[in-house]
Design a protein around this ligand. Structure first.
Ligand code: TRP
Ligand code: SF4
Length: 400
């Protein structure tokens, strides 16, 4: 039931570039065919560092969503939403803040790193310290077990696991839990109950993760298994009490090797990017101006692709025959640099063409984007509300 839900968020940075496409977005495109996915704009997260200049956030959010759609994120498969439009995230953040140890937050590596990196800004704020906990709320509220992130975010996912574990430990034990769990096992019927108990023993004695997976699969097949019973059984299985919040796992997104216009990694802060939907004239101009092997001053000087940023782009965009043509032609001064750049220009334009095409209807009628997001917000809220009902009750706030 809770299994296999993917969730990821992106801060609204405005127009995305080809580095985002080759790194994060292609990964999302693959995942949306494999699992139920939720992708959201982390606009509150933008405020944790940008609280003094909030003006651009809304515009950047819409631009970024259009880029997701342009890249092929499919709203019929994935739920797309905006964090601040699902205020339950804030409620969960607040409730988790009651039990999240301050020391855990202070030890998250990005806390000190970012403060040092963004030295010009005063980041000794409550919100900035709590930012990994807000991220935990983002994840835990959907009981998402798979969170695709880059390497820098892995400590945040680990932090979220610890928060979930602590929560379940503190609030997951209802009075009479063991007895209720045993009754729930009995209700599985004798055959299933026997398998379930064996798998539980396997896990508890040998830490056998496969046994956990098989036990979950077994529960998936029980017709009409009550929500409360399932929670008890999952808790009983892992020895944690009721599993109210699911411990998420990171799905590491391989770092994009997408080189920028200067041979460094493509990044907005290096000013070496090509945006997803950049117009053809601008792409051509940027490529033509790209630096090449600095030793190749004249057309008849032989060059060395190993020190040329254009060659790095050939490795992304060109087939073997073309790459052989570059190697041979460059080293023998058989081709000129502009000639060499043309297949890369063509490759980038060909990659962008379908993106531009997919974006056009949304640019023509922005209401379409609003509708997709309104629909996504609604779906996300539905899921978030279900979790909050359990969380409130577990924390002693059930007034119904
Ligand atoms: N912190 C992430 C970043 O800066 C964005 C983010 C916020 C996120 N909440 C999330 C990513 C939840 C994954 C899951 O890139
Ligand atoms: Fe670079 Fe190509 Fe010029 Fe060689 S021919 S220096 S690989 S642009």
């Amino acid at each position: 039931m809770y299994a296999e839900r993917v969730l990821s968020g992106m801060r609204p940075t405005g127009s995305l570039h080809l580095g985002h496409y080759h790194g994060v977005l292609k990964n999302w495109l693959r995942l949306q065919h494999q699992h139920p996915c939720l992708f959201f704009v982390a606009d509150w997260h933008a405020l944790t560092t940008q609280y003094d200049e909030p003006q651009g956030i809304v515009g950047a959010s819409w631009d970024m969503i259009i880029d997701w759609l342009a890249a092929g994120v499919d709203p019929a498969r994935a739920t797309l939403f905006i964090q601040s439009q699902v205020p339950e995230h804030a409620e969960l953040h607040l409730l988790l803040s009651m039990m999240a140890p301050l020391g855990w937050l202070e030890r998250v590596p990005t806390y000190k790193d970012q403060q040092e990196k963004l030295e010009s800004k005063d980041l000794s704020t409550y919100g900035f310290l709590g930012y990994p906990l807000l991220q935990s709320a983002d994840i835990l509220i959907y009981r998402a077990d798979k969170v695709p992130v880059g390497e820098d975010q892995v400590p945040h996912i680990e932090f979220s696991r610890e928060v979930a574990r602590r929560f379940n430990h503190l609030y997951g034990r209802e009075p009479g839990f063991e007895e209720k769990a045993r009754e729930a096992v009995r209700r599985l019927g004798s055959k299933r109950a026997r398998s379930f108990t064996q798998l539980r023993t396997h896990f508890q004695q040998n830490g056998d993760q496969a046994a956990i997976a098989r036990a979950h699969a077994l529960l998936d097949e029980v017709p009409g298994l009550a929500h409360a019973d399932r929670e008890r059984l999952c808790g009983h299985l892992e020895g944690t009490g009721k599993m109210i919040l699911v411990e998420p796992g990171a799905l590491l997104t391989e770092a994009s090797r997408m080189p920028g216009l200067d041979g460094q990694k493509m990044s907005k802060s290096y000013g070496n990017t090509i945006t997803l939907r950049e117009d053809a004239a601008s792409v051509t101009r940027k490529l033509r101006r790209m630096p090449t092997d600095p030793a190749r001053v004249h057309r008849d000087d032989p060059g060395n692709p190993d020190v040329c940023p254009v060659w790095q782009l050939h490795q992304v965009y060109s087939d073997e025959a073309c790459q052989a043509w570059v190697q041979q032609g460059c080293r023998s001064a058989g081709i000129g640099c502009l000639e060499c750049k043309q297949p890369v220009i063509d490759g980038i334009l060909a990659e962008q063409a379908p993106m531009r095409e997919r974006a056009q209807p949304y640019l023509d009628d922005p209401r379409l984007v609003r509708e997709i997001i309104a629909d996504g917000n609604r779906k996300a809220r539905q899921l978030a509300r279900e979790t909050m009902r359990d969380v409130r009750a577990a924390m002693g706030l059930d007034y119904s």
